[in-house]
Every structure is written in structure tokens, then in C-alpha cells.
Design a protein. Structure first.
Length: 139
């Protein structure tokens, strides 16, 4: 019994150290994965901007903004796709993830209920154009 009382505090310390080590491993892997995802998104954003400049889009215009499929069963996912020219900044309402000017880009959404989405594009002069649709979610 005396031996157990002597070992128990050291065992608790060892378990605590092991838990801290495991926590650090999980955190560092999550952090590295997040950094890779951010780098990929930044690269995609830069490429989209370069493509827009090459195409020469100067007039502010939303070429496309739609969901596929347009009607969902609850729990299913849809792609929201958009294409703009001449924009410096985009805003998606309700916000799903970061959006940026691109000729063609899709993001995945999984709404819980019927939702109206609105895309607002703004050019360097502060002019804006809007487009919107309703993504219907069936119960």
C-alpha cells in the first residue's frame, strides 16, 4: 500500500505529461493543415485575379450566380457558383466562406432551411451590382 502511495503521484504526473504531449500533437497537425488550406485558398485567389486581368474584364458585371441543384432535401449539399468581371470586392449574404472576384468559382453549402443568397460585387470606384436567388430546402 505504501508503494502504491509513492507511485501514484508520479503516475499522475506521467499521465498529465502524456496528455499534454498528445494535445500538442493534435494542435500542431490541425495548425499545419489549416496553414496548407489557407495557402491553397490564397493561391486560388491570386490565380483568379490573374485570369481576370488577362481576360481584360473592366466593366463591373455578375456573369453568373446560381445553385446546383436548385432544390435540396434537408441535409444535402449544393454548389453555389458565381462568375464576375470588373470587381475588386465581393460579398455573399449570408456569408458561407470567403469569396473573391473570379470568372467561375463554386463553393459548397449545406443550408438547414430555404435560404435567399445575395452576391454583391463592388468595383474600384465604389459602384455595386447585385444578384440573388433562393435555394429551396425541402423537409
Amino acid at each position: 500500500m505504501k508503494l502504491l502511495k509513492g507511485i501514484l503521484p508520479w503516475l499522475a504526473v506521467a499521465i498529465g505529461i502524456a496528455l499534454l504531449y498528445d494535445g500538442w500533437i493534435f494542435y500542431s497537425r490541425w495548425s499545419a493543415e489549416r496553414a496548407v488550406e489557407q495557402a491553397r485558398a490564397d493561391e486560388e485567389k491570386a490565380l483568379a485575379g490573374k485570369t481576370l486581368r488577362l481576360v481584360g474584364g473592366t466593366e463591373l458585371k455578375i456573369n453568373s450566380f446560381y445553385a446546383s441543384p436548385g432544390v435540396l432535401q434537408r441535409g444535402m449539399a449544393a454548389d453555389i457558383c458565381y462568375g464576375v468581371v470588373g470587381a475588386k470586392k465581393l460579398k455573399l449574404t449570408p456569408p458561407v466562406e470567403e469569396v473573391w472576384p473570379a470568372l467561375n468559382r463554386c463553393i459548397q453549402v449545406k443550408p438547414a432551411k430555404t435560404t435567399e443568397y445575395k452576391l454583391t460585387a463592388e468595383d474600384a470606384g465604389g459602384h455595386t451590382v447585385d444578384a440573388g436567388f433562393v435555394l429551396q430546402v425541402l423537409p
